[in-house]
Design a protein around this ligand. Structure first.
Ligand code: FAD
Length: 450
């Protein structure tokens, strides 16, 4: 056992680190950060693959160039992070069919417009329905059915719906997205943040207020404090807990609460949808795809929705690396996570031979992240439906006694993004500080009465 801390932060991802930093800046130095894995960063994670640094989790700084400045973009500028502008606008002109032909731009443009229009119409119908307005002559839209329609539907819905519904990230911070391609990784931003309040030396955090490999399994609270129990049987005590684990981890009941979370809380947690998003990296002996920037993103149209649909080459960021990235989501992600990587490689090769012909070489290496099966993640990020009950969000964010919730899923405007997690951490710590102030006032007040 240890002497009680003021605040225990569970999780050392972006939100946990930004929360801890705000507390430290406000004079709370007896804090403790408990992290289940052996590193900080959480869903920001680099790995060396094919001789370069690739990002298995967050890869882009999204929302740049707008009226407001994205705080993560500012951190990146301050740290000198190496980034590349991603131009997605060409992707729709690089849609391949199964015989390797690229759809003519006229057809691609028309299909794209049709998909956007029908998504907007669907949204209007849903909106009308949610307010009980059945009178409006809601046009019935045809669901996508041809391979090109399915491919575009996947791009629109499983990536960003910016064309359909304004997304705060893009309306506030700008429409540009920058790929992070830096040997130090996206996670370098976290080390820079940590450096400001934790003891570090030569790029390593040596501060004993950060405890790695501490898997939290229980949180008990009483009127006067909180006790956090770990898998290896240790416990830590504090006045408050800031819980930054993902919505997927909360849904998995990995952490037990005593007393149990109130019903409004656990019900809200169940209601939030978790996206699985998987970037599969493939390395080749040589480049057989067009390496120009206009062809950086390309699309494969198959009759199964989301089947190896969205591709990117890494020539802009890492010329000569001979790496391709394909993105899968949800059902396809879970399917691929469950099979050996050699099967996934074989599937990807069939797709690539459809697009580029039978003579291309086999990939020499593959990397398949497993965000769904990682018990400290259980998915990639939260996805609140566009038309959703705001109460669900408020309940997910709301504290329960001395337990305060943070993480990307508690960011009202920017959930699902690094900057959302970063701002959520700041926000939650401010709420904790406010609560501490109130509690101190009550204490002082009762003392004066004596
Ligand atoms: P996390 O980073 O998950 O931090 C929570 C921490 O808690 C983790 O370190 C975890 O190990 C720890 N933990 C979990 N359970 C326990 C426990 N029981 N005890 C102790 N510790 C525990 N965002 C973008 O802005 N741009 C992108 O391009 C982008 N792409 C993405 C691609 C992928 C594949 C993924 C997975 C995410 C992507 N995101 C992207 C989202 C972004 O990564 C997240 O929103 C953000 O990193 C979440 O930070 P967080 O602090 O909320 O959670």
């Amino acid at each position: 056992s240890h002497s009680p801390s003021s605040v225990i932060i569970v999780g050392a991802g972006v939100s946990g680190i930004s929360a801890a930093k705000v507390l430290a800046e406000n004079g709370i130095h007896d804090l403790l950060i408990l992290e289940a894995s052996d590193r900080i960063g959480g869903r920001i994670r680099k790995e060396t693959f094919g001789g370069v640094s690739v990002e298995l989790g967050a890869g882009w700084i999204a929302g740049v160039g707008g009226k407001e400045s994205n705080p993560v973009w500012e951190l990146a500028a301050k740290s000198g992070l190496r980034t590349f502008f991603s131009d997605y606008s060409n992707a729709r002109y690089n849609i391949y069919d199964r015989s390797g032909k690229i759809f003519p731009s006229g057809i691609a443009t028309d299909s794209y417009q049709k998909a956007v229009d029908s998504a907007i119409q669907n949204l209007r119908n849903q909106e009308a329905e949610s307010v009980g307005d059945h009178s409006s002559t809601s046009k019935v839209t045809e669901p996508p059915s041809t391979p090109i329609e399915l491919a575009i539907d996947f791009i629109l819905h499983d990536f960003e719906m910016a064309e359909v519904e304004p997304i705060s990230t893009f309306t506030e911070f700008g429409e540009r997205e920058y790929l992070v391609a830096d040997a130090r990784g996206y996670e370098y931003l976290l080390y820079k943040m940590a450096e400001e309040f934790l003891h570090t030396s030569e790029g390593r955090i040596l501060d004993n207020r950060l405890k790695l490999n501490q898997v939290v399994r229980g949180i008990q609270q009483s009127r006067s404090g909180v006790r956090v129990v770990t898998e290896d049987g240790r416990f830590y005590e504090a006045n408050y807990v800031v819980l930054s684990v993902s919505i997927g981890v909360l849904q998995s009941d990995f952490i037990s609460f005593n007393p149990p979370l109130p019903r409004w809380k656990s019900e809200a947690i169940t209601k939030c949808e978790v996206m699985v998003y998987t970037k599969i990296f493939l390395q080749f002996p040589y480049k057989f795809w067009p390496g120009c920037p206009e062809k950086e993103f390309f699309i494969y149209a198959h009759d199964r929705r989301g089947y190896y649909t969205f591709w990117q080459h890494m020539e802009s960021a890492y010329p000569g690396s001979n790496i391709l990235v394909v993105t899968l989501t949800n059902g396809e992600s879970k399917r691929v996570e469950a099979q050996p990587d050699t099967d996934t490689l074989r599937e990807a090769m069939v797709v690539l031979r459809d697009m580029f012909g039978p003579d291309i070489p086999d990939a020499i290496d593959i990397l398949v992240p497993r965000w769904w099966n990682n018990r400290f993640q259980r998915g990639s990020y939260s996805n609140y439906p566009i038309i959703s009950d705001p109460q669900v969000f408020y309940d997910i964010k709301a504290p329960v006694g001395r337990i305060f919730f943070t993480g990307e899923h508690t960011s009202e405007r920017f959930n699902g993004y690094v900057h959302g997690a970063y701002l959520a951490g700041i926000d939650t710590s401010r709420a904790v500080l406010e609560e501490m102030r109130k509690e101190k006032e009550t204490e002082d007040g009762s003392q004066t009465q004596l």
